[in-house]
Design a protein around this ligand. Sequence first.
Ligand SMILES: Cc1ncc(COP(=O)(O)O)c(C=O)c1O
Length: 397
Amino acid sequence: MNPLIHSLHPYPFQKLADLLSSVEPNGELPVIKLTIGEPQHDAPSIVLETLKNALDGVSKYPLTKGENSLREAISDWACNRFNLPQLSADSQILPVTGTREALFAITQALVGEKKDPLVVSPNPFYQIYEGAGILAGAELHYLPCEADKQYKIDYQAVPDSIWQRCELLFVCSPNNPAGSVTTLDEYRFLLEKAKQYNFAIIADECYSEIYFEEKPLGLLDACIQLGNHDYSNCLIFQSLSKRSNLPGLRSGFVAGDASLLKPFLQYRTYHGCAMPLHHQLASITAWNDEAHVANNRDIYQRKFKQVLDILSPVISVSKPEAGFYLWPKLPMNDEEFCTKLYHEESVLVLPGSYLGRDVDGHNPGQNHVRMALVAEESECVEAAQRIARFMKKHQNL
Ligand SMILES: Cc1ncc(COP(=O)(O)O)c(C=O)c1O
């Protein structure tokens, strides 16, 4: 057994199940789950239609590199979305079976050149970043996202000794859980450091299409604006899971620096997770259609407005720049909040400290909870009303 497996941390949902194992919900109220970031809106019917009609794809082995037609569709989508002059379907794009496996796999493929390698991650973070770094044999370095800095990472405060050892920097933009978006100035700084110290910037952009006012800036877009025309040191990870409500299709892509993607393709032929042909064809339909994505955004927009109207007067919370999470700051301990809220109001939320790591005795997720507004509008509103009632009852805590 690889001993590093024992260094992996339990998943946040496992911790939540343990926390609540002996807690009963309020028997008079149906349980509402705001915990898991699994989209609940309808999958687009045109994609399901394509999928049904393409089922004979199961009798073929798919190519790891994917069909040319899929890579072309992705290139068209990405060039249009991020104002790119070009993105080669042949050398700068690879389809992946969801970003989760791809974020894990890229870490295994990229870590190993430097002595004492570091994987640098936001804190709180999507737990795959950490597990991938651990299993690749790297040390993790966490960059805090704190309330007093509007949940933005202070990259300028990171010493060069960290960038020197860094092999891979995870940027989660739009950020899960805080919803902040990395700016052009931040990317300018990061690109300089990546070039100087030769590390890869891995931008997890799977929430980029769920925004409210402005389209979030993407890393490749930033590269073009900053004169990095071949996307050196940069890869973006995109997914249909949230954009198109297709988390079960397991479809996304990686795009950017061709010199990183070439060995990554070779790694993936051994890794063996090519996207089934019928999923590739369904994905083409999804990437080619923006109407369902705009409609999806409208649904989130309505939900966020209603929920925030109810919650803003009673809890410290703001609208995220993008994504489908709320990340309120609490006047009490997050585990205690979750336990009591579940017991009294049958609403499940995720303790923020489960999404972060303690560094020097401080976990930047503590006293926060993550609420995923993925359920139906009426359910989200009902949950917000119950949370407001709970806050009023416990306002002295
Ligand atoms: C920040 C982040 N990245 C990546 C993923 C993985 O998404 P998928 O594998 O469905 O593309 C998730 C899923 O919740 C996520 O929150």
